[in-house]
Design a protein around this ligand. Structure first.
Ligand SMILES: Cc1ncc(COP(=O)(O)O)c(C=O)c1O
Length: 478
């Protein structure tokens, strides 16, 4: 007798059916398939796929920071402690971390909020960044910012006073937010970033979104991604003040996704915490969740999964509820916590590893700034393209005019015009980018997101391929 499945597509959690994550979507699947075809000797107009779909620096050739990997080597294998090949400050750091691990092993669970030593270093890092005191009790470590963002959003799921909750998110947005809200059954209230004003947040648009969502939902929180993904802007201090004042007016909890704060290219970064503090009461008393991750910045250790959350001014009972919900997960990966420790407390001047750390870090920053400037000028030179300056993060998000004929062909194939464009780009050049649809965009506008992390040669090859492709595309469809 055929065994019936317990979970079927008809009874599976309905919320999961609504999750979309274009960064690993169908175009990326097709890219992987093309890579396999090339490996089998298929003939294509290109000899390799250029993966520009994901902000994963190490996957694109960035070398790990030596200090981080040496500390990881030692905490994982303390038998190396007497090795003459490892510098004294690496040994000191590894010893300090291991002293905080149960039985001196990174293989033991840590407290669910994270190792005390790492949280202490995070407090020092935040105090130096913001000039405001930070509290150990507000710091939670996680296995990536995705893990922590989901935990915070979970606070808001559930109907109150007969209305479902809604969270305001930017459009374009990083689809972790839309995906997690869908999974948790929380309504998504979209507000559009202003492309004409370098992707700023306009208060009138925030207000429009809030009022529209309030007709059917209880709007509880506002997500801001700064520096922006996919948009690459860094918000001005004045804009942050306006956002805080707006959130205060409507009693909204702010989730500041600040994971790209160490990927600053051309404009200063201000944390929401600092600006709230400097605005003074009542703004300095608002609840705030802010996220930092090992996956971005100069370390870019995506695979090691480390991040932290600063969760300020939560009411004490909610703080206990949150701590209990984090406790259920045991603890974040301890190796990820060690990476985080090296990021928030890197080698200091006078310590053995300082010079090498500084050189490695500066090289990464130089390359990022160089790519940002090349991407900006190349995209703005292509007819029908426009691209805002890339002030931070690791992405460009150019707008592309797609001719009417191409839009019709896309419709025939049941695709959006930008998906059609990106698929053609992939098939003809091997360049894999993510269509704007995956992040959201104003109706009638078309974009794609590309990472700007490749080696100089690969990046040049990518830019030339896109330019050539677009000219052919215009010839064919205009
Ligand atoms: C804006 C933003 N937030 C959060 C994340 C999640 O990062 P992770 O879970 O790797 O820490 C990412 C990853 O790309 C991101 O771009």
């Amino acid at each position: 007798m055929k065994l019936e499945k317990c979970v079927t597509i008809d009874n599976v959690n309905r919320n999961l059916l609504n999750i979309r994550y274009a960064v690993r979507g169908p175009i990326v699947d097709r890219a992987l398939q093309i890579e396999r075809e090339l490996a089998k000797g298929a003939s294509k107009p290109f000899n390799r796929v250029v993966r520009a779909n994901i902000g994963d620096c190490h996957a694109l050739g960035q070398k790990p920071i030596t200090f981080i990997r040496q500390v990881l080597a030692l905490v994982s294998c303390p038998q190396l402690m007497n090795s003459p090949d490892l510098p004294a400050d690496v040994k000191d750091r590894a010893t300090e971390i291991l002293q905080d691990c149960t039985q001196g092993s990174v293989g033991a669970y840590s407290p669910s909020a994270g190792l005390m030593i790492v949280r202490r270093h995070i407090v020092e890092y935040l105090e130096a960044r913001d000039g405001v005191s930070a509290s150990l009790e507000d710091i939670y470590l996680g296995s990536g910012a995705s893990d922590l963002i989901k935990s915070v959003l979970t606070l808001f799921s559930g109907v109150v006073d007969g209305k479902p909750p809604a969270v305001m998110i930017p459009i374009p947005q990083y689809p972790l937010f839309s995906g997690t809200l869908a999974e948790l059954g929380i309504n998504q209230a979209n507000y559009y970033l202003d492309e004409e004003d370098n992707w700023a947040l306009q208060v009138e648009e925030l207000e429009r979104s809030y009022q529209e969502a309030s007709e059917h939902s209880r709007v509880v929180a506002l997500v801001v991604i700064n520096p922006g993904n996919p948009t690459g802007q860094v918000l001005s201090r004045q804009n942050i003040e306006e956002i805080i004042i707006f959130a205060h007016k409507h009693n909204l909890f702010i989730l500041a996704d600040e994971v790209y704060q160490e990927n600053i290219i051309s404009k200063p970064f201000y944390s929401f915490k600092k600006v709230m503090h400097e605005l003074g009461a009542p703004y300095s008393d608002m609840e705030l969740a802010s996220f930092v991750t090992c996956s971005k910045g100069w370390a870019a250790e995506c695979g090691l999964r480390g991040a932290f959350l600063e969760l300020t001014r939560l009411s004490p009972p909610v703080r206990s509820v949150f701590a209990a919900s984090r406790g259920v997960m045991q603890c974040p990966t301890v190796l990820g916590q060690c990476v985080l420790d090296c990021i928030v407390r890197p080698p200091r001047r006078g310590e053995t590893s300082f010079a090498q750390w500084r050189e490695e870090r500066e090289k990464i920053a130089r390359l990022l700034a160089e790519r940002a400037s090349t991407a900006y000028s190349t995209f703005n030179d292509i007819p029908g393209y426009s691209c805002n300056p890339i002030e931070g993060s690791m992405f460009a998000f150019p707008q592309v005019e797609i001719p009417a004929l191409a839009q019709e062909e896309a419709a025939d194939l049941d695709m959006s015009p930008d998906e059609f464009y990106c698929l053609r780009l992939l098939e003809e050049t091997g360049v894999c980018v993510v269509p704007g649809t995956g992040f959201g965009q104003r109706p009638g506008t078309f974009h794609f997101r590309t990472t700007i992390l490749h080696s100089r040669e690969e990046f040049q090859h990518m830019m030339e391929s896109i330019t050539r492709f677009h000219n052919n595309f215009l010839n064919r469809f205009s």
